[in-house]
Design a protein around this ligand. Structure first.
Ligand code: NAG
Ligand code: NAG
Ligand code: NAG
Ligand code: NAG
Ligand code: NAG
Ligand code: NAG
Ligand code: NAG
Ligand code: NAG
Ligand code: NAG
Length: 507
């Protein structure tokens, strides 16, 4: 058992209180009809993915030999909703990638002295491998902006059109560059680089590249792709600033979606890594404050007839932190962060997957594997292949978050979400609840009890962190299911001990 999460499939009926009579019952108020601020219909691909291109072959295999383990994990998610996650091959290595017609699956070139990846090269096999995903999967096409050569980016876009089978359906968007606000002096002239220079160049390049794209693809651009962290290291390309500088003033508009990245914590330097602790991260008040930075960006994008997605996010940047991001508690963090973003009308969030890149910082706490093998990030949902650093390929406890989220969104295509206020007497820091509405009534509730108990605390600890909830105020007629996501403790690292199972059926 652990911090409980429940999804109630309310085909409405009477629900007794959800805990033993001995516990105090806290009344959770659930509006009987969707309140005015309820989200727009949730995307079936709300919980989407991002994978650094340098590690594409490890995650997904190649065109002729897909990674069947990864594909099965994707299918498990896809079965629970009506559209599989949208896959974004993207991240830092996108900005040193290139397409060569004679090359094969993505291959890293690493500096033997430092282990730094300075180039990722791929050929038609990369684009053909998009066809291995579950039926209906859409993929974004990463273009290199960092190299500052439009020919390199144009060759990648043209390669995608030539080699992605069924591109009209499969290519969701083109993405020009990753976190251009973080570019180094080798990539741009930093005395002039910023939102204005970005918008001018972005418009120039997209126009040059559109000239080689078929018309249906010319209006499928992502713009932005920079962090929301207001850190000093970034010139911060924010959706509002890009719009104000006319990034989408063409007819027809070419920005399909604005993308922003989101990491509240970081393992890039020892000082920042010291703050990336379980008590700091597992705090609903802090999660909502940080994710709330997206609200004005959603408003700006939607006011412009576009949408806002989180193209890349995770809990601790620079590949996560051992014992913090590879534990069961990370699953709850992914769920809370994703659902809160959805409650703000963010269209999708792409959870980032990859491996340590030594070029990101010279003092980060993570290391790559030996001899060019990947040092998979501990925030990954799964380790896709055996590796010297992480051992056998396996799912991490956080994987189950994707099943939970897919079931919360459901299959109707019309469900809408609201965040619920914590019951009286329950700490807003340690409680999160969301109601999903369909057909004008609540159909599911997702609850996270953030009171952490770990595997060393025993029965008394379990009791001390349990929460009695009374949701009998719901309109009730037929039948309900209580499903619970649990593990022996927040600190559990073995996915085999994570349970996502029906606990009670009320008939
Ligand atoms: C989300 O979008 C819906 C539909 O446009 C709108 O009614 C609602 O107020 C928005 N909610 C928030 C939190 O912005
Ligand atoms: C695809 O993967 C298989 C198995 O690892 C390998 O034999 C083959 O050479 C790969 N093909 C390409 C184009 O990389
Ligand atoms: C551009 O790519 C070439 C070939 O990989 C490389 O030599 C050069 O350093 C790159 N320049 C930048 C600014 O990334
Ligand atoms: C960068 O831009 C500034 C301002 O235009 C200019 O003075 C400087 O020479 C440029 N630096 C390089 C390396 O091109
Ligand atoms: C992009 O900028 C270059 C250099 O200023 C210019 O030569 C070219 O015509 C521009 N292309 C477009 C499509 O605006
Ligand atoms: C989007 O904003 C641009 C200015 O950046 C404006 O020219 C355009 O008309 C807006 N489009 C919509 C659909 O609001
Ligand atoms: C949660 O975060 C808030 C804001 O940073 C802080 O005031 C509060 O003490 C934290 N709660 C817990 C239980 O750590
Ligand atoms: C993670 O936890 C394990 C066992 O609880 C411990 O042996 C290991 O040193 C910890 N790793 C780090 C980086 O703290
Ligand atoms: C488990 O909880 C105890 C008591 O709060 C604490 O001392 C210990 O550090 C926790 N262990 C882990 C792995 O979180």
């Amino acid at each position: 058992m652990h911090s409980l999460c429940l999804v109630l499939n309310l085909l409405p009926l009477a629900l007794p209180a959800l805990a033993s009579a001995a516990q105090p019952q806290h009344v959770l108020h659930i509006p009987p009809t969707p309140p005015p601020h309820a989200s727009r219909p949730l995307s079936p691909a709300l919980a989407s993915l991002s994978v650094d291109p340098a590690f594409w072959a490890e995650f997904w295999g190649n065109a002729t030999h897909p990674n069947l383990f990864s594909m099965r994990l994707l299918r498990n998610i896809a079965q629970r909703t009506t559209a599989p996650p949208i896959i974004r091959p993207g991240g830092v290595t996108q900005d040193s990638s290139r397409f060569l017609a004679s090359a094969g699956a993505p291959e890293r070139t690493t500096d033997p002295a430092t282990g730094a990846i300075y180039r990722t090269t791929y050929g038609p096999d990369f684009y053909r491998s998009f066809g291995n995903f579950p039926e209906g999967t859409r993929v974004t096409v990463p273009l290199n902006f960092g190299n500052d050569s439009v020919e390199v980016a144009r060759a990648q876009a043209a390669g995608a059109v030539r080699w992605v089978e069924g591109w009209a359906e499969r290519v969701w968007a083109f993405e020009l560059g990753n976190e251009a606000g973080n570019y180094k002096a080798t990539q741009r002239n930093l005395s002039t680089w910023g939102p204005a220079a970005y918008v001018a160049e972005w418009k120039n390049w997209t126009s040059t590249i559109n000239a080689v794209l078929p018309p249906p693809l010319r209006t499928r651009w992502w713009a932005g792709s920079d962090g929301i962290t207001p850190a000093a290291v970034t010139v911060a390309l924010q959706t509002e600033d890009l719009l104000a500088r006319g990034i989408d003033d063409q007819t027809p508009p070419i920005v399909r979606e604005f993308s922003q990245h989101m990491y509240a914590y970081s393992a890039c330097k020892p000082a920042s890594a010291a703050l990336a602790t379980v008590p700091n991260i597992h705090n609903h008040t802090d999660i909502t404050a940080f994710v709330g930075l997206l609200a004005p960006k959603v408003a700006a994008a939607r006011g412009n007839g576009s949408d806002l997605v989180v193209g890349e996010f995770n809990s601790v940047s620079c590949s996560g932190k051992e014992n913090v991001t590879d534990i069961f508690g990370q699953a709850l963090w992914v769920i809370d962060t994703t659902l809160y973003a959805a409650s703000l009308n963010v269209s999708r969030v792409h959870l980032h997957q990859g491996a340590t890149l030594v070029s990101q910082s010279n003092s980060q706490i993570n290391v790559p594997g030996a001899n060019g093998t990947p040092g998979f990030s501990t925030y990954n949902l799964w380790y896709p292949v055996d590796s010297p650093l992480r051992g056998r390929r396996r799912a991490n406890p956080s994987y189950v978050s994707q099943l939970f989220l897919a079931e919360t969104v459901g299959k109707s295509g019309t469900s809408r979400l609201v965040e619920l206020s914590p019951p009286e007497g329950v700490s807003p820091d340690l409680f999160a609840a969301y109601a999903v509405y369909d057909g004008g009534a609540p159909v599911r509730i997702a609850v996270i009890n953030w009171q952490t108990f770990n595997s060393t605390m025993g029965e008394a600890g379990v009791r001390a962190t349990s929460l009695g909830l009374d949701i009998s105020g719901l309109v009730q007629k037929k039948k309900a299911t209580l499903k619970r996501l649990t593990a022996p403790g927040s600190d559990e690292k073995n996915a085999d001990y994570v349970r996502w199972a029906v606990l009670v059926l009320y008939l």
